[in-house]
Design a protein around this ligand. Sequence first.
Ligand code: ARG
Length: 261
Amino acid sequence: MCPPDFFGVAYIINPWMEGHYARTDADKARAQWLGLRQIIERHAVVSILPAHEGLPDLVFTANAGLVKGQKVLLSRFRCPERRQEQEIDRAWFVQNGFAPIDPPPNVFFEGAGDALYDPSRDLYWVGHGFRSDRDFAPLLEAALDARAVELTLVDPRFYHLDTCLCPLPGGYLMYFPGAFDAASREKIESRVPPSRRIAVGEQDAVQFCCNAVSLDDLAIMNDASEALQDRLCEAGLTPVLTPLSEFLKAGGAAKCLTLDL
Ligand code: ARG
């Protein structure tokens, strides 16, 4: 995780940021970020990437890269506004003993924001349409010696895959069907049986429920309706709600603020 010392909305690169330019509350953001960190620290060890002035989105460490074992497939950001983050991320990974792999030149990839490991199926769900490049899946397969399934995002509000899809333990998959094209919904439906699909409605989706940190049996998220909380409990999971409204203004929530190492 990276503390929100310099977090804010300083440019507009997704629809959530519109209308929020310079409108985040630094104290509230810090309190919300600490709330998330404290919940995670009860179940995992948190390593810190120091914040950098002038890089307001560095808090969203999900976009630093994609880690598998000691390997890290580094990000190459589509938006020039975030490209300076790359060398800071790379330096952190090297200092902490990870072996960095660069995406091929001119290929965009936004890390764990667009590539989610599904432990029940031993595959990565890989998103494209807004940020990471189409056809990134075979590159990921080669770089990380893994299987990947490509999904096409069609709703600009759900521009990273982790804003609309979340693999959960027990073979469950929470997702917002409206964020995907028909072929991608079919790919999901052919691999995840109906009893294991947790399809959420738009009201939950815009609260970033799918941007959940899945840790042990917990699904840590900004917010969820009673119905969704009940559904998660039926699946043997424990929804943990922790408000992250300041980060929603930048288009991110719980999962975006973390990177699974
Ligand atoms: N403002 C950031 C951007 O648009 C938010 C990134 C959220 N990260 C994520 N993994 N969804 O790039």
